[in-house]
Design a protein around this ligand. Structure first.
Ligand code: N01
Length: 604
């Protein structure tokens, strides 16, 4: 979401440029059957099978053996639902396949206490229907998970999307049959789906990851992952709880769990910067004004790096301003709440280390003045990465929570977790913690996890996992060379995760819809990214990232949270505005960098 203030002078790749991708070595992947026989649970599916037998929500109705579609959509979250609406609107036969027992994707699964969006609710919503954006009432400045899920369900009903969503259906493989010019998808239940085109809308933070600690199977208490939270909720009242992880999920849940638990141990490996959200009930005047200007605000948002309007563009570098004025500016942003606004204080906070140091130190001082125990405050004050280079968290009372008598911060950087035991966990230094419940707020196999879980290949011999062995390769984040007629929504190479996500989803899907329309109008039925265009795009994505401070952090943007995952910067941080203009220009030039054709047999 924080695609701000970078060197926007880095050029888009031109047709004749050769740019080497920043490719790294692959890590061990492990075979699925092996994974299910040991005590390690690394994926949503493993978790569902081993830990939450109730999560599949009962038997699945018998389905036809083969379904034929124009477009098969993988995922029933915000992206999959909009794809149904948009593509169906142009007369295509579409269907979305969703592993969960309900629609909503991220907002279906992430039900942990305090789960809330860190983009303001008037922004974080679909723009495709003015009636929808006028009629929906957001009760708070930032939407809670239940509220956002209610909104998504409302959209599904209002636009009659449910009839084209198949729930409880996990796609396990996707094979492109070159001769038939069709994708053939298989579900875990053995259903076959054939489709001319495939849209992968499976999410970018949708593959929960539990670290490979030995002993988890022996733990006698209950354990949870933030991204696979039980629907009935969890009552931690009176329990000794351990939360592992202090990213956005941990930072949101820790203050709430602390109010219930008899004692909460927070196991922190890396301190994260967090800013106050300043959540509040929706201000009626603000809502009225926003709604009166909605279409104009959406247009303005599309012209910003992060697809969010309403923040004045910064005009000065941080060091061009005297210290007291700069600190006053940071203070005013701190009081206002929100992350975009803070990082948008000066032009160079994400490109100049010196500039960034001033903002980082301001927040470290806020932590020091909030947390009473100096040792805990110092542990919480991040020193290993510039502010904003990992996802900047937004919180309500996060640092204040460490002043409670029942909360202890444990530094597992200096003394890592060694194993889970029957009664809690133990560190390599021999510290033992007695716990009734463990919460893994340990994140996701981001950006590539969902697609790597599906066996994507072609009859011509291309295998997606192999193609991405050294890091993901895409052209515009939208297509992968060697995999015709397969589109990806907000995956690697796209700015999605660095923007207001729904804006990126709408932009990607609109582009795909325009592309299919273009093909149809010309009697064409195949599109494929050229390997050269793909390499140039990946090179450009890396060049832009390298012109910023982002690579200084060990973040999930770099795959750094997954042992053995290639260290490649995955999101496009050149900004939504620039990306959209580039995608539009590519389309206007007859889909430059793509090969478009009519498939011989399909023409018969
Ligand atoms: O996951 P994360 P998340 N031992 O990867 C730690 C979006 N989101 O679920 O930093 C000990 O950020 C890990 O430590 P380290 C948002 O984009 C949005 O919190 O790797 N600790 C880290 O502290 C976000 O960025 C919202 O050293 C271990 C934590 O676990 C993304 O989802 C809310 C460990 C993982 O943090 C992911 O957020 C929630 C180990 N072996 C999420 N392994 C909002 O909109 C990992 N960790 C507000």
């Amino acid at each position: 979401m924080l695609a701000v203030l970078l060197d926007r002078s880095a050029r888009m790749p031109g047709p004749s440029e050769t740019v080497g991708a920043n490719l790294a070595k692959p890590g061990p992947t492990g075979d699925r059957a092996e994974r299910l026989t040991n005590s390690t649970i690394r994926t949503a599916e493993d978790y569902r099978i081993k830990a939450m037998p109730d999560a599949s929500h009962g038997p699945v109705a018998r389905r036809p053996d083969v379904t034929s579609l124009d477009v098969a959509i993988v995922g029933g979250g915000l992206a999959g639902l909009y794809a149904i609406h948009r593509l169906r609107g142009q007369g295509l036969k579409v269907r979305a396949y969703e592993a969960g027992s309900g629609i909503g994707g991220t907002w279906f699964w992430n039900r942990y206490p305090g789960a809330r969006c860190d983009v303001e609710s008037l922004e974080y919503s679909y723009s495709f229907s003015d009636e929808l954006q006028q009629e929906w009432k957001w009760p708070e400045r930032y939407g809670t998970q239940p509220e956002i899920l209610r909104y998504i369900n409302h959209v599904a009903d209002r636009f009659d999307l449910r009839r084209d969503v198949q729930l409880d259906t996990r796609i396990v493989s996707a094979l492109f049959d070159d001769a038939a010019n069709k994708w053939q998808l298989s579900t875990a239940d053995g259903e076959i789906i054939q489709a001319r085109y495939c849209v992968m809308a499976a999410g970018n933070l949708s593959t929960p990851r539990v670290p490979d600690f030995p002993g988890l199977g022996s733990f006698r208490g209950k354990w949870y992952h933030s991204g696979l939270w039980p629907h009935e909720g969890v009552d931690f009242t009176g329990l000794r709880v351990g939360v592992i992880g202090t990213g956005s999920s941990g930072v949101q849940m820790i203050p709430i769990i602390a109010r219930q638990a008899s004692h909460l141990h927070v196991f922190q490996r890396t301190a994260n910067f967090s800013l106050p959200a300043r959540n509040a009930p929706m201000d009626a005047t603000r809502e009225r004004n926003h709604k009166a200007e909605y279409p104009a605000r959406r247009r303005a948002a599309a012209d910003t790096p992060f697809a969010i309007a309403g923040h004045a563009k910064p005009t000065h570098p941080a060091l061009a301003v005297p210290d007291d004025a700069r600190n006053a500016a940071y203070e005013s942003k701190w009081q206002e709440g929100g992350s975009i606004s803070f990082l948008y204080a000066y032009t160079d906070l994400l490109v100049s280390k010196q500039a960034n140091d001033t903002a980082s130190e301001f927040v470290r001082n806020k932590i020091r003045s909030t947390v009473k125990d100096p040792r805990t405050a110092e542990l919480l004050a991040p020193k290993d990465h510039p502010i904003g280079t990992k996802r900047l968290c937004l919180d309500t009372d996060y640092y204040e929570t460490y002043n409670r008598g029942n909360v202890t911060l444990v530094d597992v950087r200096s003394d890592p977790i060694d194993r889970i035991t029957e009664t809690g966990l133990r560190t390599t230094g021999g510290q033992a913690f007695e716990l009734d419940a463990i919460v893994f707020a340990t994140g996701f196999d981001a950006m590539t996890g969902a697609l790597r879980e599906i066996d994507v290949r072609t009859s011509a011999g291309a295998v997606l996992r192999d193609h991405w062995e050294g890091g993901p390769l895409t052209y515009l984040g939208l297509m992968v060379s060697g995999f015709p007629n397969m589109f990806v929504v907000t995956g690697p190479g796209s700015p999605g995760v660095k923007t207001q996500m729904i804006a990126s989803i709408e932009q990607h899907v609109d582009w795909i819809a325009g592309c299919l329309d273009h093909l149809q109008a010309r009697g064409l039925d195949r599109i494929e990214a050229s390997p050269q265009a793909e390499l140039e795009w990946v090179g450009h994505v890396n060049a832009v990232a390298d012109s910023t401070l982002y690579p200084l952090a060990n973040s999930w943007y770099m795959g750094a949270n997954i042992p053995g995952k290639p260290r490649v910067f995955m999101p496009y941080v050149g900004g939504f505005d620039r990306y959209k203009r580039h995608c539009d220009a590519v389309a206007a030039k007859g889909y430059e960098g793509f090969a478009l054709s009519r498939h011989a047999k399909a023409a018969v």
